[in-house]
Ligand binder design. Structure first.
Ligand SMILES: [Zn+2]
Length: 239
């Protein structure tokens, strides 16, 4: 970067202070303005001091969260009206959810990070072995009636307060981010009942609904879902 001529620099200083009128700039030889000049012109352009970073916000520090992308490998899950099978939607949302949680300080364990089959008992065992503070299973739904749409959150029948509160927080976060949610329901899914840790299963929407299937196949909608789920989990563990 070229050094600025003294007058131009001073003019800039004045302009930055809101005094941009030429008549004011011509009154430069004011000795109270000149002292900063040498310091500014000597400052090495290549080594500007970065602004101090705000302290990282890590509301999930110390929390272990298992993120479970449903299906995979030879198990494609639900096949809807769109071109993207459930296993791919689930993995897309899960892989976007992981960094949102890690940025908030959580230790995240993924049951799968690629297109591979993992048995349901193996997924449940990972929750147990990790002593997970929350097991989050990501799925997408199917229904014979194509008009049905919206996300649904499941907890195990007889689920404890931690699972129910987490499910409620996630449902609320989905709603507040503009994603329709059908509420919290109970079910006996193996990944919910096969271990003792708090757990929720999120059906992100219906692959049998034309509009939702199209959205669920897009990276942008998957990211919206992931961010809302992360917000809900953060609210659940928050003060
Ligand atoms: Zn599924």
């Amino acid at each position: 970067m070229k050094r600025a001529a003294p007058v131009t620099l001073a003019a800039l200083l004045l302009a930055a202070s809101g005094c941009a009128s030429p008549s004011v700039i011509r009154r430069l030889p004011d000795p109270t303005i000149t002292p900063p000049r040498p310091r500014i012109s000597r400052a090495p352009v290549a080594t500007p001091r970065p602004p101090p970073r705000p302290p990282p916000s890590t509301p999930l520090a110390g929390k272990v969260i298992v993120v479970d992308a449903g299906h995979g490998g030879h198990d494609p899950g639900a096949l809807g009206v769109g071109p993207v099978p459930e296993e791919t939607v689930n993995l897309g949302v899960a892989l976007k959810l992981i960094p949102f949680l890690e940025q908030r300080g959580a230790q995240v364990i993924a049951t799968r990070t690629g297109d591979r089959f993992v048995a349901l008992d193996g997924r449940a065992r990972m929750a147990e072995e990790a002593r997970a503070d929350l097991f989050v299973s990501i799925h997408a739904d199917a229904c014979p009636r194509s008009s049905v749409s919206g996300a649904t959150i499941y907890v195990a029948r007889g689920a404890g307060g931690a699972s129910r509160r987490a499910a409620g927080s996630i449902a609320a976060a989905l709603e507040s981010s503009g994603i329709a949610c059908r509420g919290v329901r109970k079910a006996g899914f193996r990944v919910l009942v096969g271990h003792s840790r708090p757990a929720v299963l999120i059906e992100c929407g219906y692959l049998t609904n034309y509009h939702e299937a199209r959205a669920l196949g897009t990276s942008a909608y998957q990211a919206r879902l992931a961010e809302a789920i992360a917000e809900g989990i953060t609210d659940h563990f928050g003060p």
